[in-house]
Design a protein around this ligand. Structure first.
Ligand code: XIL
Length: 764
C-alpha cells in the first residue's frame, strides 16, 4: 500500500496530529471538539429519563465512533452536554455537530442550547435542518452567551416533530468565534422607554438569562416593564408532588424588583404549559367541580404569592379559536381546550371573577386583569373576543355598576412582514369600543426567509414596525404597554426568522430605528420595500398513481412549506409539482407529530391546501381559473370543485413523520405549454386539540390566499421532462422557436469553434 518509507511515516504523523488535535476533546483556547466521544471530562448525557445515549462504531462522520441516541419518547429527548465551565460570558461561539438518522426516514433535527434550569430557563434554537436517511447533515450556527443563567448552560440535539426517531451525532465543535470579545451595548441609542414615556410602557420577555451582564444592560436601557417568558406559567409553579413551589420564579421576580422594573403576570389559565392533572387524571377529564376547584386554587394561590409585585395579570390566555366562523356566537367559538371541556363555556368568566375576588379581598385594586390572545389582527377572531369581553363585562356591571371585570385586552402581536397594519388598526378600533385598556403583550415580526437577514427583508420588517408604532401612538390613550417578545434575534422563540429589534450581537437593527421614530422612518423608506414572491419550477411528467409513489417525484424541485402565518410554528412540509396537458399533480409531505381532524371547521383540521391562478395575473380576487383546494390528513376533500373521479385519484398516505398527500388538479381554462407560469401556493394547517394552531405556507404570509390571488407565489411549467418514459411537453411555438434557435446557434458556434481548432491543430 505504501510506496515508500516516507509516505508511510508521514501518514502516521498526520494521524497522530489529527487524533491529538481532534481525537476526542481539545480544549485549546476557545475550542472544544468531540470526535470519538471516548473522554469522560466533558460528556454527553441523555436530556430525559427515557432515552439512551451510547458510543457507537456503527457509523462515524469522522474518526471511528459516533454517539447513538435511541429509545427517545419526546422531541426534546437527545444527547446534551453541559458547557458552563467552558464558555466566557458575552463571547460568541460557533457551534456545530453532524447528525445522521439511524434507520430510514426523513425528519427535522435541531441543535439547541439551554441557559438556566427550571422555570427561569431559556431554550434557544441554533439551527434546524431536514435530515434524510443515509446522509450526514451538519447543524451549525453561532450563539453569544451573555449570561450563564443560574450557572447551567447546555447544548443538545433534539427533533422537531418525530419524538421517537433514533439518530447519531458526530464531530461536535464549539469554537470561540468573536476575536475581540463581546460588543458593548450601544448606550448612545435613545432609550425607547424615554421616547414613549408619555405614551405607554415598553416591555420585554425575560428569563434569568436577561438578569445579568450585557443583556441586563440592554434590557434596562430601553425597557421599564417585563413579562416572564415562561417562569410564571402554571407548569412551573408546582413540584412533582403537585405542591406549590415558587422558588425558581421568585428568584426571577426578586431580581426584576431589585432592578426596578415593573412586572406583568403571565399567565393564570391556559391550555398550554400547564400540568395535566389540573383538569385530567389518567387520560380522563375531571368533573366540572373538580376542575373548577383546581382552577380556583391555582388562581388564588398564585395571585397571593405575587401580590402587588405585578401591575397586571393575564387571567386567561388563548381561549378563542383561530379565525372563528361565527364570531358573534362567541361561546361556540371557544377553543375546545381541557378547561372548556371540563368546566364549560363559562370558564373564562369564572376565572376572571375569581381573580377579581382575590384582588379585592387583599386590597390590590390597582392590579389590572387582562384577557390575552394571538392572531388578533384576524377580524373574525377580534370580533369574537370583543363579544366575549363585552358580555362578561356587562354581566359583571349588573352587580357592580361602573366596574369592569376584564380591564384589558392583550393583543399578543406575533406578526410577520406580511401582516396588514390595517387589520391591526381595525382590531384596535373594535377593542376601543369595549372601554377597556389594550396591551400589546408579545410583539415580534418574523421575516419571510430563515437564516441571515437580507437588506430588503430587514427594511420590510422595520417598515412594519414603524407602521405599528405609528398606529400605537395614535391610540396611546388606551394602550398601556408595548412588550416585545424577546430581547434579540438569537434568543427569540422564533429566532430562525430574526423577529426583534436587536441582532445576535445585541446591535440595533433597522427595526430599532423604525420604532424610535416611526413617522420619519416611513417617510424615508416606504418606497423602498418590495419583497419578491417565491418562484419554483414544475417538471413535465405524468405520475403513475396506480402503484406506490412514482419515482418521477424524486426528480422534482422541492418547495419548502415553511413560512409561518401565525404565532405558533407547527407542522411544516415539502411540496412537489408535476404537470402535463391535462393536470397539475401536487405531492405534499407533512411533518407533524399528531393528526387531529376533530374540528367542525375544515380549515381547523390537519390539512393541506393548494392555490392556483392559471392566468398568473396576480388579480386581487378570484375568477374562473383561480382555485383553492383543501384535503385533510385522512383524505377528505374539504374545499375545491372536485369531480368524483378526481376525488378517487387523490391519495393520502401515512408516513413515519406525518402524512403525504398526492393530488390531481385538472386545468380549467389553461391549455398549458412549457414556459407558462401560473400563480401558485401551498399551505399546511396544523390542529391541536380541535383547533388550528399553526399555518405554514410556501409563499404567502398574509393568510389572504383564499380570497386574494395576488399573494400567491409563481410556478413555471418547465419544458424539462421527468424520466419515466412519458412523451415530451407541448411547447409554445414562439418560445419554442426561440429556444430552438438558441440551441441551433449554440450547436453551430460549437461546430465552428471545433473546425477552427481542428484547423489550428493541423497547421502545427
Ligand atoms: C412561548 C415562549 O416564548 C417559549 O419559550 C415557550 O417554549 C413557549 O411559549 N403566546 C404566549 C406565550 O402566550 O407564552 C408564548 O411564549 C408565545 C405565544
Amino acid at each position: 500500500m505504501f510506496d515508500n518509507f516516507f509516505q508511510k511515516y508521514s501518514l502516521i504523523l498526520v494521524m497522530f496530529l489529527v487524533v491529538g488535535l481532534m481525537g476526542d476533546v481539545v480544549e485549546a483556547s476557545g475550542t472544544l471538539v468531540f470526535e470519538d466521544f471516548g473522554t469522560d471530562s466533558y460528556v454527553f448525557e441523555p436530556r430525559g429519563d427515557a432515552e439512551s445515549v451510547e458510543r457507537s462504531s456503527a457509523a462515524a462522520y469522522t474518526g471511528d465512533y459516533s454517539l447513538l441516541v435511541t429509545e427517545r419518547t419526546e422531541n426534546w429527548n437527545g444527547p446534551s452536554i453541559r458547557i458552563e465551565d467552558y464558555i466566557e460570558v458575552s463571547r460568541e461561539y460557533s457551534i456545530s455537530v453532524w447528525v445522521k438518522l439511524a434507520g430510514s426516514s426523513r425528519t427535522d433535527l435541531k441543535l439547541s442550547t439551554q441557559i438556566g434550569e427550571g422555570g427561569g430557563a431559556s431554550y434557544q434554537t441554533i439551527d434546524t435542518q431536514t435530515v434524510a436517511s443515509n446522509e450526514w447533515v451538519q447543524l451549525s450556527g453561532t450563539y453569544r452567551y451573555d449570561s450563564l443563567g443560574d450557572g447551567f448552560v447546555s447544548v443538545y440535539v433534539e427533533s422537531e416533530s418525530h419524538p421517537s426517531v433514533d439518530f447519531y451525532i458526530d464531530h461536535f465543535e464549539l469554537v470561540l468565534s468573536d476575536s475581540e470579545g463581546g460588543v458593548a451595548v450601544e448606550e448612545n441609542l435613545t432609550p425607547l422607554k424615554d421616547i414613549y414615556e408619555d405614551h405607554f410602557l415598553i416591555g420585554n420577555a425575560v428569563s434569568m438569562n436577561e438578569m445579568d451582564g450585557q443583556r441586563l444592560d440592554l434590557l434596562k436601557h430601553h425597557h421599564n416593564l417585563v413579562t416572564a417568558e415562561n417562569a410564571m406559567k402554571p407548569e412551573y409553579v408546582y413540584s412533582a408532588t403537585r405542591e406549590f413551589d415558587f422558588s425558581s420564579q421568585m428568584r426571577l421576580v426578586d431580581r426584576v424588583e431589585e432592578e426596578g422594573l415593573k412586572l406583568h403576570g403571565h399567565v393564570l389559565v391556559w391550555h398550554q404549559q400547564s400540568p395535566e392533572w389540573l383538569h385530567s387524571e389518567g387520560g380522563e377529564l375531571l368533573s366540572r367541580e373538580e376542575a373548577l376547584e383546581n382552577m380556583y386554587t391555582h388562581i388564588e394561590e398564585v395571585i397571593k404569592q405575587y401580590g402587588d409585585s405585578v401591575i397586571s395579570w393575564e387571567v386567561v390566555n388563548e381561549a378563542m379559536n383561530d379565525n372563528p366562523g361565527d364570531p358573534e356566537n362567541w361561546r361556540s367559538m371557544l377553543r375546545r381546550s381541557e378547561w372548556f371541556n371540563t368546566i364549560g363555556d363559562d370558564y373564562v368568566e369564572l376565572a376572571f371573577a375569581k381573580a377579581r375576588e382575590v384582588l379585592d379581598e387583599n386590597g390590590w385594586a390597582d392590579v389590572k386583569l387582562y384577557y390575552n390572545d394571538y392572531n388578533d389582527d384576524n377580524q373574525n377572531k377580534a370580533t369574537a373576543i370583543y363579544h366575549m369581553i363585552k358580555e362578561v363585562n356587562e354581566n359583571h356591571s349588573e352587580e357592580h355598576p361602573g366596574e369592569l371585570l376584564i380591564d384589558g385586552v392583550g393583543m399578543q402581536g406575533h406578526y410577520n412582514s406580511g401582516t396588514s397594519v390595517n387589520n391591526v388598526r381595525m382590531s384596535i378600533e373594535r377593542f376601543r369600543e369595549l372601554g377597556t385598556e389594550i396591551g400589546v403583550t408579545e410583539l415580534d415580526v418574523t421575516t419571510a426567509s430563515t437564516g441571515e437577514l437580507s437588506e430588503e427583508e430587514e427594511l420590510a420588517q422595520a417598515l412594519l414596525y414603524a407602521e405599528l408604532f405609528s398606529l400605537y401612538k395614535e391610540h396611546s390613550d388606551i394602550i398601556s404597554r408595548v412588550t416585545f417578545w424577546g430581547l434579540n434575534d438569537s434568543t427569540s422563540w422564533r429566532s430562525e426568522r430574526n423577529p426583534l429589534l436587536f441582532d445576535g450581537g445585541l446591535r440595533a437593527k433597522e427595526a430599532y430605528f423604525a420604532v424610535a421614530n416611526p413617522e420619519a422612518y416611513i417617510a424615508r423608506h416606504s418606497e423602498q420595500v418590495e419583497i419578491e414572491r417565491r418562484q419554483a419550477r414544475a417538471l413535465y411528467g405524468t405520475p403513475d398513481r396506480e402503484n406506490g409513489l412514482d419515482e418521477l417525484w424524486e426528480q422534482t424541485e422541492e418547495l419548502p412549506i415553511d413560512r409561518y402565518q401565525l404565532a405558533w410554528q407547527g407542522a411544516r412540509g415539502v411540496g412537489r409539482v408535476l404537470w402535463d396537458e391535462d393536470n397539475l399533480y401536487v405531492l405534499i409531505d407533512v411533518a407533524t407529530s399528531s393528526i387531529d381532524i376533530t374540528s367542525e371547521e375544515p380549515w381547523e383540521q390537519d390539512s393541506v391546501e393548494v392555490f392556483l391562478e392559471e392566468s398568473n395575473e396576480q388579480a386581487e380576487s378570484y375568477s374562473a381559473g383561480t382555485s383553492h383546494f383543501r384535503v385533510n390528513a385522512k383524505g377528505g376533500e374539504t374545499a375545491g370543485n372536485w369531480t368524483e373521479s378526481e376525488v378517487d385519484s387523490n391519495r393520502v398516505f401515512e408516513t413515519d413523520e406525518g402524512y403525504r398527500v398526492e393530488l390531481v388538479i385538472p386545468w380549467v381554462n389553461l391549455s398549458p405549454v412549457a414556459g407558462d407560469s401560473v400563480g401558485f401556493d401551498l399551505q399546511i394547517n396544523d390542529a391541536q386539540s380541535g383547533s388550528r394552531e399553526s399555518i405554514a405556507s410556501w409563499n404567502d404570509l398574509s393568510g389572504q390566499g383564499y380570497q386574494n390571488p395576488a399573494v400567491f407565489g409563481e410556478l413555471v411549467l418547465s419544458a424539462e421532462q421527468g424520466s419515466n418514459g412519458a412523451v415530451g411537453p407541448v411547447t409554445d411555438t414562439f418560445e419554442n422557436n426561440i429556444s430552438l434557435a438558441v440551441i441551433s446557434l449554440g450547436a453551430l458556434s460549437t461546430a465552428v469553434i471545433s473546425v477552427i481548432f481542428y484547423k489550428l491543430k493541423l497547421k502545427k
